[in-house]
Write a new protein. Structure first.
Length: 273
């Protein structure tokens, strides 16, 4: 009997928009090409010229999704080994308090990829930061994040139910937090690192024990089961072109091995891309 499994490797990584960005992105591009990921979800890329740089360097991912003539919508970039059949941008509501982060126009990319054995919906997202570091239900930023998750859940509801789904990115919500748990329960998603307590934000002297803020959530579909295992990557300083070594971000990456089992004819998004 033929093996109907498809195994894909996905990376999600907040690249950090400030500092020596181009040098770090060049190092990241080389890693992406060497590691030959199937899908790459990046946040805080910000400028189209930086996204174009990554596209040129990550030759193993010839397909892409991002929008914006100069500034990218949400700073989000999706790179893929497999064709991007359609993609659309979902912007989150701009809620008070007024803060510089609103200039980033945060939201989500909703894409359908033509992977072996069928289709796969991949959602790359970046939620608003909680500047109070207080994720209690009454906090002002928790209210914003709940509204963003509501918008994200609405976008997921438009996907063809025949598609397995991966939602990845910087949620700026701790693993196990009430808003994240409620979102996962409402959308049928499962956190692939649910039992992991390691931080995904790089600890600093001022924040020695940050929570896990980056997540990968998956959902199976009828006839197409998704199983996953994940690990943190990009934790160490990497060599730059000028001989220096530097951390590539203030976040760690999450590398996820996805196994899609079962076969079906790929569907798509109910809405046009």
């Amino acid at each position: 009997m033929a093996d109907d499994r498809t195994v894909l490797r996905l990376l999600t990584f907040n690249t950090l928009f400030k500092g020596d960005v181009r040098a770090r992105l060049r190092a990241l591009g080389a890693i992406l090409d060497r590691e030959r990921y199937d899908v790459v979800c990046l946040q805080e890329v910000m400028y189209r010229r930086n996204a174009d740089l990554l596209r040129r360097l990550a030759r193993s991912c010839p397909h892409h999704a991002y929008r914006g003539a100069v500034l990218l919508h949400g700073g989000l970039v999706l790179l893929s080994r497999w064709p991007v059949r359609q993609h659309r941008w979902v912007r989150f509501p701009a809620l008070r308090p007024i803060r510089p982060e609103l200039l980033m126009r945060k939201g989500a990319q909703v894409a359908t990829l033509g992977v072996p054995g069928g289709g796969l919906a991949v959602v790359n997202t970046h939620l608003s930061a909680n500047l109070d570091d207080d994720w209690s239900p009454e906090n002002r930023y928790t209210r914003i994040e709940r509204a963003e998750l509501t918008r994200l859940a609405g976008a997921l509801s438009t996907l063809d139910p025949a598609l397995p789904v991966v939602v990845a990115g910087d949620f700026n919500l701790p693993r196990g937090s009430a808003p994240l748990h409620e979102f996962a329960a409402a959308t049928g998603l499962r956190d692939v690192l649910a039992a992991d307590t390691e931080p995904t934000y790089r600890p600093t002297p001022s924040w020695p024990a940050p929570p896990a803020l980056d997540h990968v959530l998956v959902r199976s579909a009828a006839g197409r089961t998704v199983t996953a295992r994940a690990r943190l990557v990009l934790r160490e300083a990497e060599p730059l072109a000028d001989g220096r070594r530097a951390y590539l971000s203030d976040h760690f990456g999450i590398e996820t091995e996805l196994t899609l089992s079962g076969g079906y004819q790929a569907g798509g998004d109910k809405r046009p891309g």
